[in-house]
Design a protein around this ligand. Sequence first.
Ligand SMILES: C[S@@+](CC[C@H](N)C(=O)[O-])C[C@H]1O[C@@H](n2cnc3c(N)ncnc32)[C@H](O)[C@@H]1O
Length: 268
Amino acid sequence: MPDPYASITEVAPEVLEILINAMEVRAADPQQKAMRETYLSWLDLPEGARVLEAGCGTGAVCRDLARWPNVAEVIGSDPSPIFLAKARELAAEIPNVRFQEADARSLPFEDNAFDAAIYHTCLCHVPEPERAMEEAFRVLRPGGHLAVFDGDYATTTFAVGEHDPLEGCADAVITAFVHDRWLVRRLPAVVKSAGFSVTRFDSHGYLQTSEPDYLLTLVDRGADALAGWSRIDATTAEALKKEARRRVESDEFFGFIAFASLIARKPV
Ligand SMILES: C[S@@+](CC[C@H](N)C(=O)[O-])C[C@H]1O[C@@H](n2cnc3c(N)ncnc32)[C@H](O)[C@@H]1O
């Protein structure tokens, strides 16, 4: 099954609803907020900065950026008109954010138009991320800042021991929803070949044990994917979801993903 985010304009409305909910659940997670604030604080934005978030989905990161020190204007772009409609609704009270339909590999913006460009869990869903980084380079002004934050999804695990059946859900959800689970490992090379100078590249551990709201959405989507591929039947998929919740109740749930951030600049 291909990553639905990679061909988002062809995805059925009921799947989009699941993705909209998962994006907002993840964005509200305190650990996710802390990771966002950490890497955004590493950007040295000039006063009055004009910032692009490419692949903004429902706009959670744009809403944060709009209130960020020195930011005057945020433009969120995404290929999905349905995500953008939700983003506009959720940001209705925020005056300095607007949204525009666009594919990150061919942005409808002029050269040197932005002071910063952010790709927050977007690039691993984009086939040919090299083209997206070339576009980032084009639309940033000389000295402009690039921030890429993504899951190092090859690290995703729900296992608490050998041959743990929940690990199948981890592998399945990444196969089903991530175009390139290895992207983070080659990110510095991709960004450098687009012309950027990499300032820093960091790992951020994301562990959920109690109240694993976001990772339970991944367990469920992994179990549903396995059933959809006929690897297991619907009863077994429900049993895997129930097992994850049993572990939460008994303090035995362990879910982990290493995220990574990369900060770079377009040379002056
Ligand atoms: C996991 S969501 C992340 C959304 C948002 N950045 C966030 O963190 O809440 C991935 C996003 O990438 C978008 N996307 C997929 N292919 C894209 C492309 N070619 N160019 C730009 N965005 C794309 C999807 O539509 C989706 O909104």
